[in-house]
Write a protein that binds this ligand. Structure first.
Ligand SMILES: [Zn+2]
Length: 273
């Protein structure tokens, strides 16, 4: 078994990796393990006023700053935000990326989620899972054997199939660090998303007050995770707690108990314990 694990997060948008798996990413880096965040789309639909290359460049800068402060690799691809489809060009880009980075663990969205880009990416990653091992696909790149474990990041949606957590992580101790990463995405968390999703209080203009506002907003947006799974994690239920949850995809490598604990250090495995 390799001494280190490599984590690749394929998110649809420039802020998805931190939002859904910031705690796991930081835990990997704390152990010296390689982490790469990919935003598959260019983020060009993520604002109520800005458009076009001005927004794309701003979001690319925000993603780069966040990745730099987390000390992880980062790429923002050029698929158009809001228009992602699970087509061959996307599937090939995913296979090339997985074969080049050689991750032990790939995280992405489920193909059942509110955002069509999330659904399209989840489908495209499913489509790539087996094909990364097949030599006849994309000759000139090296097929993987074994293939990486693929897991979905948590979402609250129930139809057609509810998210089923295989790994639960208490990342409460990383809340401030995660909020610090999210704060790099000013165009999202201070401008677009409070309008898009609503926020109980207006966004402050003072930088320190903004971080405190974002901390509160982020914990409100993720509290459903704590309410749903906190009891499995020594009963954490406090408002000041944060859970990350992951579901193993069926179409990629199936990990045993030991591999799961290597890929998700410190996790509780609710279906296996
Ligand atoms: Zn997204």
């Amino acid at each position: 078994m390799k001494p280190t694990a490599r984590l690749l997060i394929l998110g649809a948008h420039p802020d998805d990796a931190e939002f859904h798996a910031g705690g796991l990413s930081l835990a990997y880096r704390a152990r010296g393990n390689a982490v790469k965040w990919v935003s598959v789309t260019d983020g060009s639909a993520g604002h109520h006023q800005l458009t076009g290359h001005h927004l794309v460049e701003r979001r690319r800068g925000e993603a780069t700053a966040s990745a730099a402060s987390a000390d992880v690799e980062c790429e923002v691809w050029r698929f158009r935000d809001g228009y992602l489809m699970p087509e061959l060009k996307l599937r090939e880009a995913i296979i090339r990326e997985i074969r080049a980075f050689r991750p032990d663990l790939v995280l992405t969205h489920r193909p059942w989620d509110y955002h069509p880009d999330h659904r399209a990416l989840g489908q495209a990653v499913q489509d790539a899972c087996y094909l990364v091992t097949v030599p006849g696909i994309l000759p000139g790149t090296t097929p993987l054997q074994p293939d990486p474990v693929v897991a979905y990041m948590a979402d609250p949606f129930q139809k057609p199939i509810p998210f089923e957590p295989h790994c639960l992580l208490d990342v409460t101790s990383s809340i401030d660090a995660i909020v610090g990463l999210l704060g790099n995405h000013e165009s999202q968390f201070y401008e677009f998303l409070p309008l898009s999703f609503g926020a109980p209080e207006p966004v402050p203009t003072n930088p320190a007050e903004r971080l405190s506002w974002l901390r509160k907003w982020f914990l409100e947006r993720t509290r459903w995770r704590t309410e749903r799974w906190g009891a499995a994690l020594d009963g954490i239920r406090a408002e000041e707690a944060l859970v990350e949850a992951f579901e193993i995809a069926e179409y990629a490598r199936q990990p045993d108990h030991d591999l799961l604990l290597r890929l998700f250090p410190g996790a509780v495995l609710p279906n296996l314990e």
